[in-house]
Ligand binder design. Structure first.
Ligand code: NAD
Ligand code: WQD
Length: 336
């Protein structure tokens, strides 16, 4: 298939582009570069031997989207483009509603104009809100996300559900990612946030490379085995493969689906630090601080629906996630 990847030069988009190309699809990357760099296209070419087309554009620019969908005769869209910083979304809700919601509506209108009716959407475990019980299954009711970012994910899922009702030929697969981490094993693409990282893994990686002094552990008084927060970390390469499988599914099934992508296993903050220490071969200093506002104690998913519908199952564990993340961090640190 000829696939448009909005947000295609980002962390998850770039790994999915590699996976799509390796599976014989054509990938066209569409990104406004607000949180990624054009050099990612070179890295994808180095890894796969094929250079994907890249269009610098914004998902709020309907005319450019129509032009791109037509020029590349796109069959399906994987929609990664969006802003994702939880704290920033609290400070700038309108920016998030404009970029994520208005941007998605503009994309869907452009797809309609061009007769493209298959979409894979980057949703998030955040749509479940505070879990009532674990593991999380897709038939559980969605909850109340604790921030505007999370609400954009829930609203977009609902917009897609309405669209599928109105246009029965439309296929929308909402992939609810748990906590994506890790990097491609080449070390050429990975997660490289600007400024001080919000998420645990990039923060730990920067402590390992000496760019940050110690890991801040946000709370050790949660009702979890060691008191620190538990999450279902998922290797970004496994996640990328899930998109290719979802595309095959959307080719054969119209309608709306939500599917969890996670391993089904939770790891605590202290377990992640220990796994990273093993990967980098050094002790990582940490300090226990207060809980971070808005954090939940634990979440992990039941990944059975992904296996049943997509034939997908995570292959990598926390050791491979940390070692690939460390390789990317090292290559990156040396390159700078
Ligand atoms: P990322 O920031 O690396 O990638 C997103 C890309 O979208 C960036 O390259 C950015 O430049 C681009 N973009 C943003 N707004 C745009 C716009 N208006 N027009 C065009 N391009 C735009 O983030 P990621 O981690 O790769 O996440 C991809 C998607 O997955 C996002 O929608 C995110 O909300 C979702 N998600 C991410 C996580 C995570 O922990 N990384 C978890 C759940 C869901
Ligand atoms: C993981 C654990 C923290 C940083 C966020 C979004 C979610 C999704 C993924 C997009 C928690 C602890 C963290 C640190 C720490 N994104 N932690 N020190 O909060 O589970 O999810 O990213 O959809 O919507 O909310 O991920 O990596 O920030 O935190 O102790 O410096 O690590 O308290 O227990 P989170 P995270």
């Amino acid at each position: 298939m000829k696939v448009l990847l909005t947000g295609g030069t980002g962390f998850i988009g770039s790994h999915t582009a590699v996976c799509l190309i390796e599976s014989g699809h054509t990938a066209v990357l569409y990104d406004n570069l607000s949180n990624s760099k054009p050099e990612v296209v070179d890295a994808i070419e180095t890894i796969t031997g094929a250079r994907p087309a890249f269009v610098e554009g914004d998902i709020r620019d309907g005319a450019k989207l129509v032009e791109t969908l037509k020029a590349y005769e796109i069959d399906a869209v994987i929609h990664f483009a969006g802003l994702k910083a939880v704290g920033e979304s609290v400070e700038k809700p309108l920016l998030y509603y404009d970029n994520n919601i208005a941007g998605t509506v503009t994309l869907l209108q452009a797809m309609k104009e061009c007769g493209v009716n298959k979409l894979i959407f980057s949703s998030s475990s955040t749509v479940y809100g505070t879990p009532v019980s674990l593991p999380l299954t897709e038939d559980m009711p969605t909850g109340t996300p604790t921030n505007p970012y999370g609400r954009t994910k829930l609203m977009i899922e609902e917009i897609l559900r309405d669209l599928c009702e109105a246009q029965p030929e439309f296929a929308a697969v909402c992939l609810r990612y748990f906590n994506p981490i890790g990097a491609h094993d080449s070390g050429l693409i990975g997660e490289d946030p600007n400024g001080i990282p919000n998420n645990l893994l990039p923060y730990v990686a920067r402590v390992a490379s000496g760019k940050l002094e110690y890991v801040r552990v946000f709370g050790d008084d949660y009702p979890t085995p060691d008191g620190t927060g538990v999450r279902d970390y998922i290797h970004v390469v496994d996640l990328a493969r899930g998109h290719v499988d979802a595309l095959t599914y959307a080719e054969n099934h119209a309608g709306w689906e939500a599917i969890n992508l996670g391993t089904g296993r939770g790891s605590s903050v202290l377990e992640v630090i220990a796994a990273f220490e093993k990967a980098c071969g050094k002790k990582l200093p940490y300090k226990v601080l207060q809980r971070r506002a808005g954090d939940i104690a634990a979440n992990w998913c039941c990944p059975d629906k992904a296996e049943k519908l997509l034939g997908w199952k995570a292959q990598y564990g926390i050791a491979e996630m940390c070692s690939s993340s460390w390789k990317f961090e090292r290559m990156h640190t040396q390159a700078k």
